[in-house]
Design a protein around this ligand. Structure first.
Ligand SMILES: [Zn+2]
Length: 196
């Protein structure tokens, strides 16, 4: 019997923007891509100066463009409006923290990075295909994936815990001898053993 519970449609939840601390405020749908206008969910620390602790006043906004995970084969791009504040004490200027949405200076959202890694490791997509799906350049996609691989996987000292069998999937041995090795028996987790 089908007894699932439905809730109100919610574009932010559907696109998993809530996980990124973003609130969607507009959409522009084109035949070959979608653009979502977002703002950063207000944080408690937004208004307080990082240097002297005094209160800041809103100054202006800046826009950050992030590739997000695609819907089907249609790329989704986020246009994130970020508020900037100026300290009433020392005049220092800062912007809202977008660390939940993306790494500093990253061009891909955290969800997009995750999607790209899974696309390459699990679905055997090429970097070129991933770049197309994210509507970014080959270099942008490639650098993002390599950086994320190093950050998430190489940097995790427990990455091989519970792994009993290591297999090298030749489809995943790519550029610059980056070796994605998948543990295939137990957890279907990623584990990167070597990057050079
Ligand atoms: Zn200050």
């Amino acid at each position: 019997m089908f007894d699932a519970t439905f809730v109100r449609p919610d574009l932010g939840a559907f696109c998993r923007l809530d996980e990124l601390g973003l609130e969607v405020v507009g959409q522009r749908l084109e035949p070959d891509r979608a653009v979502l206008a977002c703002r950063v969910e207000p944080g408690e620390l937004d208004r307080w100066c990082r240097r002297c602790g005094a209160e800041g006043v809103p100054r202006d906004t800046v826009t950050r463009r992030l590739a997000h995970e695609p819907f089907g084969w249609r790329p989704t791009t986020l246009l994130v409006t970020i508020r900037r504040f100026r300290c009433t004490g020392c005049r220092h200027v800062w912007r809202q923290d977008t660390g939940r949405a993306a790494e500093p200076r990253a061009r891909l959202s955290r969800r997009a990075l995750r999607w790209a890694l899974e696309a390459i490791v699990c679905q055997h997509l090429t970097i070129a295909r991933v770049a197309e799906a994210l509507a970014v350049s080959w270099d942008t996609a490639n650098n993002a994936v390599l950086d994320e691989g190093r950050r998430m996987l190489i940097g995790d000292p427990n990455r091989l815990d519970g792994v009993r069998v290591l297999g090298v999937d030749e489809h995943c041995v790519r550029h610059e001898a980056l070796l994605f090795r998948m543990e295939v028996k137990d957890h279907h987790r990623f584990a990167v053993v070597a990057v050079e």
